[in-house]
Ligand binder design. Structure first.
Ligand SMILES: [Zn+2]
Length: 86
């Protein structure tokens, strides 16, 4: 996911049906923050569905609280929390 915002459009990918976070390690979920660029101002698409297990959600909430609770977002990130967790 780290390069998704930059790389995927080069290959014609203009919409993500969803993102599956397989586990709570850095290699699987630390790119979550980069999803902000995908939804920022609806530039690419208005929101992204993210699918993850409850224990992985706990890791994401601890690591990126502003992506889970929009009241914690400030500045440019406030408009970037258009992620729907499933
Ligand atoms: Zn891992």
């Amino acid at each position: 996911m780290i390069l998704a915002v930059n790389i995927l459009p080069r290959y014609g990918v203009r919409e993500l049906d969803g993102v599956i976070i397989t586990h709570g390690h850095a290699d699987a979920c630390y790119g979550m923050d980069d999803l902000r660029g995908w939804t920022l101002g609806g530039i690419v698409q208005p929101h992204i569905n993210v699918y993850l297990a409850p224990e992985t959600m706990e890791v994401v909430a601890r690591t990126f609280p502003f992506l889970v609770d929009s009241s914690l977002a400030t500045g440019i990130t406030k408009k970037a929390s258009e992620i729907e967790y499933n």
